[in-house]
Ligand binder design. Structure first.
Ligand SMILES: [Fe+2]
Ligand SMILES: [Fe+2]
Length: 157
């Protein structure tokens, strides 16, 4: 899925992103609450901090949708609520971030095509944060996102 938002209305694109942000909040907050053990305790704050950043994204998207005359969705995208092990959680969240990076890049192209430079700038700022989130989760996985050895080497010493 290289071009998910081709030929879509910009408001619909922003609402799709907002629904995914609302889902990410639920997913990451769950991970903040359930992680245990020495690694989990060390990383719980990262899950919480990123969840709060996703809340800000959902709010920014909602305000922009409203400004464009749309109706900000209150529906959260269905999220992954499986898994309890830190590695499973970090992998699910890394995948969610990589999906978000791909979608924000596509949404920027839609805003660009409509010469909506204000929306484009907002999306670019959010994209930068999604890339940071992906890096944070990748680091939790010890830079190995293949699903094999996922222990964070720094925390394993
Ligand atoms: Fe986000
Ligand atoms: Fe994110």
């Amino acid at each position: 899925m290289s071009e998910p938002y081709a030929n879509m209305n910009l408001i619909d694109v922003l609402n799709d992103l907002r629904a995914r942000e609302l889902g990410a909040i639920v997913q990451y907050m769950r991970h903040h609450y359930i992680v245990t053990g020495p690694e989990g305790v060390a990383l719980a704050g990262d899950f919480k901090g990123i969840a709060i950043e996703e809340m800000k994204h959902a709010e920014e998207l909602g305000e922009r949708i409203d400004a464009l005359g749309g109706d900000p969705t209150a529906k959260a995208e269905k999220v992954n609520v499986e898994g309890v092990a830190l590695r499973e959680l970090a992998k699910a969240d890394y995948n969610a971030e990589m999906d978000a990076v791909m979608r924000y890049r596509a949404a920027i192209r839609v805003a660009e095509a409509k010469t909506d430079y204000v929306t484009r700038r907002m999306l670019e700022d959010i994209l930068a944060q999604e890339e940071d989130h992906a890096t944070t989760f990748m680091n939790m996985l010890g830079n190995d996102v293949t699903g094999h050895e996922l222990l964070n080497p720094k925390l394993a010493e």
